[in-house]
Each structure stands twice: as C-alpha cells, then as structure tokens.
Design a protein around this ligand. Structure first.
Ligand SMILES: C[S@@+](CC[C@H](N)C(=O)[O-])C[C@H]1O[C@@H](n2cnc3c(N)ncnc32)[C@H](O)[C@@H]1O
Length: 252
C-alpha cells in the first residue's frame, strides 16, 4: 500500500543529491556525468526500469495524494462521466476521483514499468472494475485510447519544455468532446517568475531532472491560459489545492 512517506524517500534519493551539483549545473547547464551513477536517468526510470519506476510512483503518490483528494472534492466531477489521467503513475488521481464519485469511471494511463504498481494500488483501494490501468505513451502518434470528458495531467506538464507541453495540450484537446475539461495540476509560478520561491525551486528541479536539451519548467496560470487558448479551449479556471499546488482547468 502506497503512503505519504514515499516523497521523503524520493527527495532523499533524487532531488536533494541533485542539488549538491548545483554549482556545476550553473556553470555548465547540466548535471555532471558522474551524477548519473547515483541518480538514475529520469527517462530510464520512467520507461524501462520497473524497480525505479515503482519507487518514483511511491514518491509521487506521497506528493500528490492530498492534492488529488482535494481536487476530487473541489472540481465539479458530478457533471462528468469519465476521467482519463495521462501520466497517472500509481493511479492515485483516478482512485481519489472514482472513490469520491461513484457514478464516474476512470482510466490511469502511463508507461508499462509502472503498470503492476498501479494495478496493486487500484486493488488496494477496492476500485477494480471502476478504475482501469492502461499502458499508453502520451507522446506516441496514437490518440488517447479511451473516451473521457475529463483529461488530467498531474505534475506532467512541468516535466517538459514548451514544444512537448503544447503537444500534450493538443492531444488532450483532440481527445475531449465539446464541453469536456482538461485539468493540469502543478505548482504554478507567478507570472513575473519573481515571487514564488518554492515553485521556482520545483521548476529548477525539473530543469535538473530533464536537462538543458528538454528545458522543462514550471509555468504560470497566465502562460497556461495563453497556451490552451492557442490550442482551441474556450475558457479557463484556477482551483487552489494544497500549499503552492493549483489545478489549472481548460474547458473545450
Ligand atoms: C512527475 S510524474 C506524475 C505522476 C502523477 N500524475 C502525479 O501527479 O502524482 C510523471 C509521470 O509521467 C509518466 N510519463 C513519462 N513519460 C510518459 C510517456 N511518454 N507516456 C506516458 N506517461 C509518461 C511517468 O511514468 C510518471 O508516472
């Protein structure tokens, strides 16, 4: 059973050691090669290492459980019938929403290494039958496999640079019916990138994790609104979650 404590282990093993290389990163724009021995590459972690992917999923569950329980109560899920969570990891969001809204079904989509951990999490919540676990690469040309009127991207947009952020937003837009909603959960920075030190620390962590070539970053609500309008969404909404976390919502 996954618990809150996973985020402490993830920070201890990945995020804090990464910051010991900050002087090198500031001089050279990326982590030193020797750091790869102690901090597994993030894309290998996601894509091909089951033990590392499960460890990462435990960390994310710890980080996200409070936000997802609050989102399940704060967003009007009563108006919707099906949630698709892209990059859903352990299935934490899908389970929180399905548990709070018995009329609704949910699918958690992620890469194959996290599949077994997600199945275990869904079973532990007693939600088999209402929450499906599906392997799906969200950068593949294939459309989102299921039909959903809500698509979520929980702590996913901040993992990528602008081109891939836009690719994900276009994919979500294409998958939703008119009236459908996209929910992006992240630690949104202020629009001047000056007054939100915790969120900017998260943004720097993403830059260190994904490297200069990807240039991942945390973003502001104003940036989110501009991107989703460009993609075609018609209106937006901001929902406060725990601490600095927010849900940025775009309606099709
Ligand atoms: C930062 S975690 C967020 C997990 C979860 N949504 C949360 O907020 O707790 C990013 C997730 O995206 C998944 N991911 C990365 N690349 C992916 C891809 N190409 N297709 C599907 N999922 C991917 C990772 O495996 C990981 O579970």
């Amino acid at each position: 059973m996954m618990t809150w404590g996973g985020i402490l282990c993830l920070n201890a093993d990945r995020s804090f050691p990464m910051f010991t290389h900050l002087p090198h990163v500031l001089r050279h724009g990326e982590l030193p090669p020797e750091s790869k021995q102690s901090i597994p590459d993030i894309l290998t972690t996601f894509g091909s290492d089951v033990a590392a992917a499960e460890f990462f999923a435990e960390g994310m569950t710890g980080a996200s459980l409070g936000n997802f329980n609050l989102l399940a109560r704060s967003f009007p899920f009563a108006r919707y019938t099906s949630l698709g969570d892209l990059g859903g990891s352990s299935g934490c969001l899908a389970c929180c929403v399905a548990a709070a809204h018995p009329h609704l079904t949910a699918t958690t989509y992620d890469l194959a290494p996290v599949h077994a951990a997600a199945e275990r999490h869904v079973r532990a919540q007693g939600l088999e039958g209402r929450v499906q676990v599906v392997d799906y690469d969200f950068f593949s040309p294939a459309a989102v496999p299921g039909r959903h009127d809500v698509i979520a991207l929980g702590m996913v947009l901040h993992d990528w640079g602008l081109p891939r952020k836009m690719q994900l937003l276009r994919k979500a837009y294409a998958a939703l019916p008119p009236g459908g909603a996209l929910i992006a959960i992240d630690h949104l920075v202020d629009c001047r990138r000056a007054g939100s030190p915790l969120q900017l620390g998260m943004s720097l962590t993403m830059l260190l994790e994904f490297g200069a070539a990807e240039s991942a970053f945390d973003y502001s609500y104003e940036e989110f609104c501009g991107w989703v309008r460009e993609v075609g969404f018609s209106s937006t909404q901001l929902i406060d979650l725990v601490g600095t976390a927010k849900a940025a919502v775009a309606y099709k």
